[in-house]
Design a protein around this ligand. Structure first.
Ligand code: GAL
Length: 651
């Protein structure tokens, strides 16, 4: 049985060697079994072009190995050395306003730069050659957070690469003109080299151009990853990953990364000031599981506060454990932190660490050591699936497209609706999977589409087939409006869902800022209203006020063996969203855990049930089994202390 991987980023180059011995002793004490090394050490191991100094890295790899701690070997390409920027000024990142960004930080490089790619290939080759067969190296950590600060570059090399990418995608410039609808404003191109990168421009830039630019920018990072992966494969058989930022890096479409990594790993930091930040954590974990199509690992999270939010709120007692075990509950087979020992110098000295500035006589250290100990008892969950019979649709392309300029309302925000529906399900203790609109949905009793603005013809057919075959689909407004080029589907809105929903929209009626309206069911809506015309569906509730008073607001359409539901306004928790979802879940036969107190997260993973109490009260949760951490057997009611976690193994 494989243990849960446990550890963090380790940056020994920031410390004198005598500290390394203490580090390794404490790592063993805490049960650390994997550390990420060399994520940012390019300037140290290659002090001048072609000159290498391996002394520190060699010594630390041997020390870790001798102590049974595995190495997740980094490639340091997200922080190129100063000499490279000086020798090749053309690698510097150019932003949309045409400013060339200075050095002194990390990431400020153009992802399309040939000189940068060549330097990456060279240093990665040297590292892989030196450590590729070392038994300590268990995993490769390629780059760091692709797209963190350089998703897009607007230099000449990038523009040229974009033209090449378009030529490959469309073959013929007329196909591009057709796909992009360039007859509009006569924005026709006669050759690929006439296409410009969408840098700062007058308003109304062709949205299809913007979407392809986003796809291209994503793909340039994938290209760099693949190149590094191939170089490593020449020297090593160890698996490789790169740390994603799901879902907080809007510029990366992680669906387009499918199949690139051997292990999906994710970095997640609480948005500390959000009162419901534990729900956002769960959403990130569920979405990461969808990208991985199974188990995955946390590559970075924090023991307590970060240093880059407006107010860096420290974790409260027990929160480190709750956060960590919530990730494990939702599919994580590894829990790593940024970072092992708090840095004294540099930009991140106020960031928490496994070993804080205060040392071992601290709550953080005690919690870290206790967590490492607990994880050893949870090896049985490694590889196990998470059970869900509800799916929420997620698509980065809808996110991108919905938030381009000149939409019917600035209040149309992709994550706003997804999070509203996700949170309502979370509060009902319903575990969900995320799924792409073109994925096989037949395993789900209920599918929720909170914000599917873009739906391709294939997705439209898929959703219709899902309902006809007995599925239940809940759709929120402004879904199914356009195809993958941001072109409106033919006929009335919502073209991709008209037949499935049994209705059409005569006109959108976005609301004023902070305006709300009521429904005759007692529900309330925000943001949106529209003139719904029924064509097969029935009205479950009607608008009682607002621009569409008297017209359908919530509808239901029985189609084939299934049912499609529609909400024509923004419902929220406490104003109708819970009721809509409860009605759909009842109709779909979705079973919800009964008798679980509010604020308690309940997730089944394989033969284990995780009970996570986010409240300040001791609670009891119905259930039976054996506490996997302390061996207590329960039959009927399981006590979970205020802020505590119980992992229950099936008896
Ligand atoms: C991540 C990054 C780490 C560290 C961390 C701090 O974005 O990968 O290197 O900077 O943030 O929270």
């Amino acid at each position: 049985m494989q243990d849960i991987r446990f550890g963090g980023d380790y940056n020994p180059e920031q410390w004198p060697e005598e500290i390394w011995l203490e580090d390794v002793r404490l790592m063993r004490e805490a049960g650390v079994n994997l550390v990420s090394l060399g994520v940012f050490n390019w300037g140290i191991i290659e002090p001048a072009p072609g000159e290498y100094d391996w002394s520190g890295l060699d010594a630390i790899v041997e020390l870790l190995h001798a102590n049974g701690i595995g190495v997740n070997m980094g490639t340091p390409t997200s922080s190129p050395p100063a000499w490279l920027r000086k020798a090749h000024p053309e690698i510097r990142l150019v932003d949309a306003e045409g400013r060339t960004l200075a050095g002194g930080s990390r990431h400020g490089v153009c992802p399309s730069s040939p000189a940068y790619a060549e330097a990456c290939a060279s240093i990665v080759d040297k590292i892989a050659e030196r450590y590729g067969k070392h038994p300590a190296v268990k995993l490769w950590h390629i780059h760091n957070e692709y797209g963190w600060a350089n998703v897009e570059c607007y230099c000449e090399a990038s523009a040229t690469a974009f033209q090449g990418w378009l030529a490959e995608k469309y073959g013929d410039v007329d196909r591009l003109n057709e796909a992009w609808g360039t007859a509009f404003w006569g924005l026709v191109y006669r050759s690929f080299d006439q296409v410009e990168a969408p840098a700062a421009a007058p308003p109304g830039v062709n949205p299809a151009l913007r979407l392809d630019w986003k796809r291209f920018s994503n793909d340039e990072h994938v290209r760099n990853y693949r190149m590094q992966r191939e170089v490593i494969a020449r020297h090593s058989e160890a698996p490789a990953t790169t740390n994603f930022m799901i879902p907080n890096c809007e510029g990366m479409d992680y669906r387009r990364w499918a199949g690139t990594v051997d292990v999906v790993s994710n970095n997640h930091y609480l948005i500390a000031e959000r009162p419901d930040h534990q729900i956002e954590l769960s959403m990130s974990a569920d979405l990461t599981r969808a990208v991985a199509n199974g188990p995955w690992m946390v590559m970075e999270h924090s023991t307590s506060a970060v240093n880059w939010q407006p107010r860096n709120i420290a974790k409260t007692t027990g929160e480190l454990r709750r956060n960590s075990l919530a990730h494990v509950a939702r599919g994580a087979d590894g829990l790593m932190f940024f970072q092992w020992r708090a840095s004294r110098a540099g930009a991140e000295k106020f960031h928490s660490a496994m070993l804080p500035h205060g040392g071992t006589d601290t709550e953080v250290w005690r919690d870290v050591a206790a967590l490492g100990n607990d994880l050893k008892k949870l090896s049985a969950v490694v590889g196990a699936d998470v059970a869900a019979d509800v799916a929420v649709l997620w698509d980065w392309e809808s996110w991108w497209a919905l938030e381009l300029e000149w939409r019917p309302s600035v209040d149309l925000k992709y994550r706003e609706r997804v999070e509203a529906y996700y949170a309502a399900l979370w509060r009902e203790h319903v575990t969900v999977d995320f799924a792409h609109p073109e994925a096989d949905l037949s395993g789900y009793r209920l599918v929720v589409a909170p914000s599917s603005y873009v739906l391709t013809d294939a997705a439209s057919k898929n959703l219709r087939g899902y309902v006809e075959n007995g599925g239940h689909l809940v759709v929120s407004y402004f879904s199914g409006i356009v195809d993958e080029h941001d072109t409106v589907h033919p006929g009335a809105h919502p073209g991709a869902l008209r037949e499935t929903l049994g209705l059409w929209i005569e006109e959108f009626h976005p609301l004023h800022e902070r305006e709300s309206l009521s429904l005759d069911s007692g529900a309330a809506g925000r943001i949106w209203s529209e003139h719904v015309r029924l064509d097969g569906a029935e009205a479950v509730a009607r608008f009682a006020s607002g621009p569409d008073a008297g017209r359908p607001a919530l509808t239901r359409h029985d189609l084939g063996r299934g049912t499609a539901w529609y909400a024509a306004t923004a419902l929220d928790a406490g104003t109708g969203l819970d009721e809509l979802l409860a009605t759909a879940m009842d109709a779909a036969g979705v079973e919800r855990p009964q008798g679980v107190p509010d604020g308690v997260e309940v997730v089944r993973r394989g033969a284990h049930r995780f009970l996570i109490n986010h409240t300040g009260q001791d609670v009891q949760v119905p259930g039976a089994g054996v506490d996997a951490l302390d061996g207590t057997a329960y039959d009927g009611r399981v006590p979970v202390r205020a802020g505590g976690v119980v992992v229950l193994a099936d008896a």
